[in-house]
Ligand binder design. Sequence first.
Ligand SMILES: Cc1cc2nc3c(=O)[nH]c(=O)nc-3n(C[C@H](O)[C@H](O)[C@H](O)COP(=O)(O)OP(=O)(O)OC[C@H]3O[C@@H](n4cnc5c(N)ncnc54)[C@H](O)[C@@H]3O)c2cc1C
Length: 593
Amino acid sequence: MLKGGEFLVSKTAHNDLFIPEEWSEEQLMIRDMVKDFCDQEILQPMRKSGRELDASKDRDEIIRLLDKSAELGLCGLAIPQEYGGMDLDFNTGLLFGEAISNGFSFATTIGAQTSIGSLPIVYYGTNAQKEKYLPKIGSAEYKASYALTEPSAGSDANSGKTKATLTADGKSYLLNGQKMWITNGGFADIFIVFAKIDDDKNLSAFIVEKAFGGITLGEEEKKLGIKGSSTVQVFFNDCPVPTENILAERGDGFKIALNILNSGRIKLSAGSIGGSKYALSQSINYSNERKQFDKSIAEFGAIKYKIGEMATKIFAAESAIYRTGKHIDEKEAALIDAGKSKSEAKVLGLREYTIECALLKVYGTEVLDYCIDETLQIHGGMGYSAEAGIEMGYRDSRITRIYEGTNEINRMLSFGELMKRAFQTKEIDLIAAGKKIPMRFFKELFSATYAVGQEDRIVENMKLLFIALSGIAGQKLKLKMIDEQEIIMNLSDILSEIYISESLALRVVKLRTMSIAKEKMAIVEKMMQLHIYESLRKVRTAAESEIDSLPEGTKQGLQRKMVKRFAKKYAVNPKDLRRDIADYFIQKNDYTF
Ligand SMILES: Cc1cc2nc3c(=O)[nH]c(=O)nc-3n(C[C@H](O)[C@H](O)[C@H](O)COP(=O)(O)OP(=O)(O)OC[C@H]3O[C@@H](n4cnc5c(N)ncnc54)[C@H](O)[C@@H]3O)c2cc1C
């Protein structure tokens, strides 16, 4: 089984890859049921009333939506069956995340209920804690939230000042402090609170009931977007929490927070792709409808460019998201076979793919930003107006680059974790993989461009380039590298291009072995070619910026030659590819993949 980050140094066989074309009937039924729920309960009422949900005015409606989704079993998807949930596998949970994004801000509300607000109990709770809380969270009798961030502790979450002090009788902790930006906070019954016991260096985590007392709430925050999601400050003033409500061990809170964020990151990526698909479908529809200069705007190359790009980015990103989701499930199953408990296996499975989860969070949310921005552009003035609903998506999507760790933090994290696994824990052997570089460097001298059919080699060369560049930068900068974030961001972007390109190329190889309609397959091949063309361009840009940013005398000449040979052009016509891809969906009047 491929270990986390190991994609960089080894080859995956296409048969070992899960692809979205393999969803079962049951999984697709769940997806469709969730989309129907969003359409009937959220989108249609919103269209009728002409206004978006607003947490400061529509609290009862938001609560009703949570209750209704619980009736359909949606609040218990990740909860074990013995506690009343459905205990779905992780990848189906990602598909749920993709589908629920059609509910706009409600996706954040139910995300807090089903993910960050309840998974700490699923993963780390004692049997008694699980029995007490999970059935009620699954039925939405308890609304859940996750309280980590503080006014002075955002990205640096472990620096929180909220304190927990043991009472004289030793039966409870008194919580004192302030949390900020707490999703669902306005109506939550349960808060997963991170606080330091006495003068501990690390956070501990607690299950806190609103009913314990000593909790006051701030006003609903006035936000740019996701206005239908409740976000408040939460104040703890001698809030008594029974000692049995601590999660895992004292000092484990930061570890819990990080592991929960791994899950949240990839789920957010899947949600972002759901939002992107929704936006693209709207773009295609509108392009067909809207006429200017006596033509529908879908006939213009500038519009086809956007549609072709959006479709390709979405198809590429989802290839990597569901590949990773399946890896997480497989790792969990292997750990259970090896004797680990189910909860422990879930945590370790997620931790294994920390690098991929961080890369995907960044990639998926930036695809969403691209898609919603171009969707607004395609709608012209109508996109800017509140009438069409596009501007709401534009505002709602912006949060995705900020929460679950900002994209800056996730770029540092993916690269930092890779270096840790390469040089501290020695799980990934970059040195052995790098031994191929001289021979390949020599061989690549003989061709000026890559040709269609060489995608496997292109991905392998991107990997070698990354290993060479990060190796040279590391040798030169050593421990100072950590302060050279601009360089790390360049390298992290190359790493994500590798992972996404490889996942897409493998998906296409697997599709070739399946019975896929000829017309669809032709478009899939074109999307892969366009993606690889663009990916190589991005790798070249990031690599050149990285090399130019290094101190003088860092083998710049050699590195530039490597870029020229390993990330050379791919001989395709991007304009023709984009047009063909766009025409396919324009003709279908929808994004049908
Ligand atoms: C609508 C909304 C809902 C939220 N829901 C929740 C919730 O339910 N529970 C919860 O606990 N939190 C929640 N958050 C908080 C969210 O996770 C934080 O906003 C986020 O982690 C960033 O922290 P910050 O806002 O303090 O920004 P800061 O950490 O102050 O960051 C400011 C800027 O500096 C950059 N930066 C910071 N540190 C570094 C570094 N080391 N290297 C490079 N760049 C850096 C950041 O990338 C960012 O661009 C929510 C936030 C919002 C806006």
